[in-house]
Design a protein around this ligand. Structure first.
Ligand code: FES
Length: 111
């Protein structure tokens, strides 16, 4: 699968922040953790919440609409919408895409 440029400079991507970008015509969520950068689906599989507007605490990302919580390290669901934990399948996990940094710029391997 081809690596694609995101246009995001790794050094300017502040740890603990989220950013929605368009790559190859598709929206993508970039997550800047303390050490790593991850790329995930940009919209919540439950009802389309814009995850770039969510709340990030460590690797826990809360959807801004009904508060499902995803693990940005895996894309997995930590809590279903409305705080149901452990999750019972009320929302699908996010797809996690490979990320690399080349010459200081973030690239993503998209299918
Ligand atoms: S839209 Fe994200 S939890 Fe409902």
């Amino acid at each position: 699968m081809p690596w694609k440029a995101t246009g995001v400079a790794a050094a300017a991507f502040v740890p603990g922040t989220l950013r929605e970008v368009t790559v190859g015509g598709s929206a993508l969520l970039l997550v800047r953790g303390a050490e790593e950068i991850r790329a995930l689906d940009p919209y919540c599989p439950h009802a389309g919440g814009v995850l770039a507007e969510g709340t990030l605490e460590g690797s826990r990302l809360a959807c801004p609409v009904h508060a499902a919580i995803f693990d940005t390290a895996t894309g997995g669901v930590i809590e279903d919408p409305f705080g149901i934990s452990p999750p019972t399948g009320g929302v699908d996990p996010l797809t996690l895409y490979p990320v690399r940094v080349v010459a200081g710029m973030v690239e993503v391997d998209l299918p």
